[in-house]
Design a binder for this molecule. Structure first.
Ligand code: 5GP
Ligand code: MG
Length: 177
């Protein structure tokens, strides 16, 4: 069993780089088919989605733009306790087809915040493309249009996702043992 240690924790290999490559290419083909002639703006949510977005965009062959945002969290009064505000979007998205590119949809609260914020900015249609989803953990009523891979409700690292800042550079996905 291939394992990695990051700080105080051990992880086992659960999705290989080859499996990731195949799934990312497949999801890109679906986007190429569905969003033809829409001149989409892809919005990559940093930091976690950087590696997925880079690989995804190599397979997207539509005329399109890509931009990058970050989420600033602060304590709020929502049910989740934390509100995440989207920062860094310079483009005017009024009337545009937007594709949010995320690393993982877990409970879905983060994505719901992003979608609310983009809706307020007047996007014509908003699609969600996530590398991973944990379907069992979803607690929000959101539509996740494009999912490269579904995983069980376990903590993972690699391919952009971190444990305490480390492990983002791993080219495969590793699950906490
Ligand atoms: P949500 O708001 O959907 O519960 O959580 C989304 C965020 O939680 C992701 O963007 C990611 O930063 C983090 N997250 C959720 N599950 C995992 C996981 O298994 N591993 C890592 N590294 N981050 C996760
Ligand atoms: Mg993320």
């Amino acid at each position: 069993m291939e394992t990695v240690s990051i700080k105080d924790k051990n992880f086992r290999l659960s999705i290989t780089a080859e499996e990731i490559e195949k799934a990312v290419s497949e999801v890109a083909q679906r986007i190429n088919h569905d969003l033809k002639d829409t001149n989409p703006l892809f919005i990559c949510v940093l930091n976690g989605a950087f590696m997925f977005a880079a690989d995804l965009m190599k397979h997207v062959d539509l005329p399109c733009e890509i931009s990058f945002v970050k989420l600033a969290s602060y304590e709020g009064t929502s049910s989740t306790g934390k509100i995440k505000e989207m920062i860094g979007l310079k483009e005017d998205i009024t009337g545009r087809t937007v594709v949010v590119v995320e690393d993982i949809v877990d409970t879905g609260f983060t994505m719901q915040n992003i979608l609310d914020s983009l809706q307020k900015k007047g996007a014509k249609s908003i699609h969600v493309c996530t590398f991973l989803q944990k379907p069992e953990a979803l607690q929000c009523d959101i539509c996740v249009d494009y999912v490269a891979m579904k995983i069980p409700n376990e903590f993972i690292v690699g391919y952009g996702l971190d444990y305490d800042g480390y492990g983002r550079n791993l080219k495969a996905i590793y699950t906490l043992i």
